[in-house]
Design a binder for this molecule. Structure first.
Ligand SMILES: Nc1ncnc2c1ncn2[C@@H]1O[C@H](COP(=O)(O)OP(=O)(O)OP(=O)(O)O)[C@@H](O)[C@H]1O
Length: 607
């Protein structure tokens, strides 16, 4: 990164894949430039300041030349004053202007980039959370997270610093070379004759260094994966006392990183010594040849000094290009990945809360009509194979069956996380597609197996079911969910912070929070994904009581793992390998001696 620390991005150690700078890729990135549009006036002003600061920078060596010449009694040319003091004052005045415009240039660029990036971040985040479930099934959270953080920070760096730096250096390069030619054509010709050697060597070493550093990066990423995996599964590592195994694995991976990096250092070292030799050689050569020209009277001392300073400008500009170029390449790669997300097709969900008002009320009749379904990521495996059932408003339907039978998939289809390839799902006799997706999700609630609470207070977590709920409504829901007592048992009550950094709640407590959440939502259709891990009997009683209250007056689909809890269900559907193999109430199903239900009941000893 050319210059870090100007903005909020901080991505030390983050490595990026680069993209070639070509027309196609530049066109792609230009799609992101539309985010600069609202701030174009400030951006343009920043550009003007950038031009001014670069041009004023170019004026200094010229002033120094005149100053030195005048001091030696040589008459100033180009209408410049003949007094050292006046030239000094002018130099300071220009310096002041440069400092002034530099401040505004940086201030404006950072403001524009921060604002534009916040807009892109907002859009990317919103896009991400409205993408269909299938998108998430195929990607790791860490990868998506790094798009919002690292990729966008890379783009931000490019917009705030790299771009400006590039323009500045181009001005210094072109301006510098033009002035060099004017000051001394002979010296410039001499200088330019050694340039091709440096360029050829640069290309050769550059390629080799890039290749090796890419290998080192890959290896480093591999070793980072080991750290990530180990820390994520730290309880497994400890339980199996596999610390030495993990340490050895990491050590081996690190050794490889070092091996490659050391190999790379040969090229780096070689390149550095070559450049040092060429650079100082060139400077020496110029002073040598320049001194001869001064001796012969073809050049003044001021000219030689100015020439040296402009050479430094030009050299520095040239030297900065590879890094700037690499940064632009990284930003292109990052833009591509961000654009990929922005171009994905999202679900028809609005970002505005006001658009989420229920338009079509669902009363609770639910029909699965010959539903066939495979997950888009595994099209060859049929998960639901002609599932049909009817739940009348207010009925309790239990879905049972062995693991992997497709029970949770039924829940996902009701919520519209995925869509059936064949057959229909009907609400109140009307097809799924005739309802807005938000209407369906607003009127269906799920109490999942594993309840994840957000970092925040208990109150906020319950209110997730109805963002506008009053404190009374929240407490009322918590009471019905048998959660009020344990919540008020905490010193901070409803303001107790839970989630990653807060109080850890037990499985049963979390479930009761989820029930309170669902009660607030007041859905027509309720999906209960029963927890597989059994709660202790007191906790289970509290949860069960709360669930009974929650289910009252709603269509309930209970994905049951413990058959003891579904004896009262109006209908039990027995699912096996995506097909309904039996259905009926508890008593009816027990009659079928060879049936799967009877078999499952026998296995659980409870019935
Ligand atoms: N997102 C997904 N992508 C691809 N396949 C999936 C996905 N989710 C589930 N499956 C597969 O679909 C099948 C049915 O899964 P489902 O979760 O519906 O079963 P289940 O009956 O609820 O099982 P369990 O009782 O273990 O929760 C399984 O073979 C599973 O591997």
């Amino acid at each position: 990164m050319a210059r870090n620390g100007l903005n909020s991005s901080s991505t030390p150690g983050q490595e990026f894949t680069k993209s070639k700078i070509n027309k196609e890729n530049l066109q792609k990135i230009s799609e992101l430039l539309k985010y600069l549009k609202p701030y174009r006036t400030k951006f343009a002003l920043g550009m003007v300041f950038l031009l001014l600061s670069s041009l004023t920078g170019l004026a200094f060596p010229a002033l120094i030349k005149v100053m030195v010449d005048v001091a030696q009694g040589i008459k100033a040319d180009y209408g410049m004053p003949n007094s050292v003091n006046t030239i000094g004052y002018i130099a300071f005045a220009i310096l002041f202007v440069q400092a002034f415009v530099s401040f505004f240039r940086i201030r404006l660029f950072v403001e524009v980039a921060e604002k534009a990036l916040a807009d892109i971040r907002r859009d990317t985040y919103f896009k991400m959370i409205t993408l269909p479930m299938n998108f998430f099934a195929n990607r790791r959270v860490g990868e998506l997270n790094s798009r919002i953080s690292a990729d966008l920070s890379q783009i931000q760096d490019t917009l705030t610093t790299t771009l400006a730096e590039m323009i500045r250096q181009i001005i210094l390069l072109i301006g510098g070379i033009s002035i060099l030619i004017v000051v001394s054509g002979k010296l410039t010709l001499f200088n330019l004759s050694i340039l091709p050697v440096i360029v050829v060597a640069g290309v050769f070493f550059g390629k080799a260094i890039r290749k090796i550093s890419r290998q080192a990066q890959d290896k480093l990423a591999e070793s980072n994966t080991i750290v990530e995996e180990t820390l994520q599964g730290i309880s497994n590592v400890k339980a199996f006392v596999n610390e030495p195994y993990e340490a050895k694995r990491y050590d081996k991976s690190l050794r490889e990183v070092v091996k490659i990096a050391v190999r790379g250092s040969n090229y780096r070292g070689g390149f550095a010594s070559f450049i040092i030799f060429c650079l100082f050689g060139a400077i020496m050569g110029v002073i040598w040849y320049g001194s001869i020209l001064v001796q012969q009277g073809g050049l003044s001392v001021g000219d030689l000094l100015a020439y040296m300073l402009y050479s430094v400008f030009v050299g520095a500009a040239m030297g900065s290009f590879p890094e700037l170029y690499a940064n632009v390449q990284k930003a292109l790669g990052a833009s591509e990945r961000v654009l990929e997300i922005l171009k994905e097709e999202n679900e028809p969900i609005s970002i505005h809360q006001t658009d989420h008002k229920i338009k079509d009320v669902i009363y609770g009749d639910l029909n699965f009509n010959n539903v066939h379904f495979s997950y888009p990521s595994r099209k060859d495996i049929i998960v639901l194979d002609g599932v049909s059932f009817t739940a009348k408003a207010g009925e309790k339907i239990a879905v049972v069956g062995p693991s992997g039978a497709g029970k949770s998939t039924i829940a996902s289809l009701i919520l519209g996380f995925y869509h059936a390839q064949n057959g229909e799902i009907l609400f109140d006799g009307k097809p799924f597609s005739s309802f807005a997706l938000t209407d369906i999700r607003n009127q269906v609630a799920i109490v999942p197996q594993d309840v994840i609470l957000f970092g925040g207070t208990i109150k906020e977590n319950i209110a997730y079911g109805k963002l506008t709920a009053t404190d009374e409504e929240i407490a009322d829901a918590a009471k019905k969910a048998n959660a009020h007592l344990f919540i008020t048992g905490f010193p901070e009550g409803y303001e107790t912070v839970v989630g990653e950094r807060g109080v850890k709640l037990s499985g049963g407590q979390r479930q009761r929070i989820a029930i309170a959440r669902a009660l607030l939502k007041n859905p027509a259709i309720l999906i209960l994904d029963e927890a597989t891990s059994s709660l202790d009997s007191e906790s289970e009683r509290l949860v069960q009581e709360a669930l009974e209250i929650l289910m009252k007056g709603r269509t309930s689909i209970i994905i049951a793992h413990r058959l003891s809890t579904i004896r009262e269900a109006d209908q039990i559907i027995v699912l096996d390998k995506g097909q309904i193999v039996e259905s009926g109430n508890h008593q009816q199903l027990l009659q079928n001696q060879d049936g799967l239900y009877k078999h499952l009941s026998a296995l659980q000893f409870e019935v």
